[in-house]
Design a protein around this ligand. Structure first.
Ligand SMILES: [Zn+2]
Length: 230
């Protein structure tokens, strides 16, 4: 879902992830009216449209993509029209396969939560292989190996993801055991994958970057000191 704050007039561009103010000449609101028509094509009752439409153009020069959403005038319903699905855009140091599974899961999250849960499970397995270098005979064994490497609450949630994702992966083998995964549950699993990508990959990357910067500064200072004593 496109993130919009209608009070502050801000939105997050779903294409590039930049937050920005939409109250600009690039953006517009269309309230819309429609009428019911009599048999001889004369409008009888005019009333407000059910939805108000917002059209935003991204102010980021490298993006400039247009987003269109509809907001219910009498409810808080927000629908994404362009793009139809929204996902985070992760940097290229996160393996392509993991990003692909994550993005594909987001494309079908509302329409097929069970299939999305299966993809998110595959995404988790990809991270266990790549990030933790855990390779066991199946995901079950891999999650067990992870147990003492991450905080308990994080591990419990990951174990939950495995159980829900199994439903989609093995449903053809044991039809009686199908448990429905609704869009809400799939959304929670998706949030968990996003959190793990942040806590594992992005945190490690940022940490290493900071360490490298500090080492560079320290080397530079030592060079200066040496030059000062020569
Ligand atoms: Zn953008």
């Amino acid at each position: 879902m496109v993130e919009v704050d209608f009070l502050k007039h801000t939105y997050t561009c779903p294409f590039c992830g930049r937050e920005q103010v939409y109250w600009s000449s690039h953006s517009s609101e269309d309230v819309g009216y429609y009428s019911t028509w009599s048999n001889d094509n004369v409008p009888t009752v005019a009333r407000d449209a059910e939805f108000k439409f917002y059209c935003f153009k991204c102010n980021n020069n490298a993006c400039e993509k247009v987003t269109v959403i509809g907001k219910g005038r009498f409810t808080d319903t927000v629908i994404s029209i362009v793009p139809q699905y929204v996902h985070k855009h992760y940097p290229s140091y996160i393996p392509q396969q993991i990003r692909n599974d994550y993005e594909e899961a987001n494309m079908i999250l509302d329409k097929s939560p069970k299939a999305a849960a299966t993809l998110l499970r595959r995404c988790l397995q990809g991270m266990l292989h790549d990030f933790w270098n855990i390779h066991e005979k199946n995901l079950n064994a891999e999650i067990t190996t992870l147990k003492n490497k991450v905080p308990t609450s994080q591990w419990n949630a990951i174990d939950g993801l495995r159980k829900i994702g199994n439903i989609g992966a093995h449903m053809e083998q044991d039809v009686d055991r199908i448990v429905e995964v609704d869009a809400n549950e799939a959304q929670k699993l998706n949030r968990l994958i996003e959190l793990l990508i942040e806590k594992w990959y992005i945190a490690r990357h940022d940490e290493e970057l900071l360490y490298a910067e500090i080492c560079d500064i320290s080397d530079e200072k030592q060079d200066q000191r040496k030059r000062g004593t020569e």
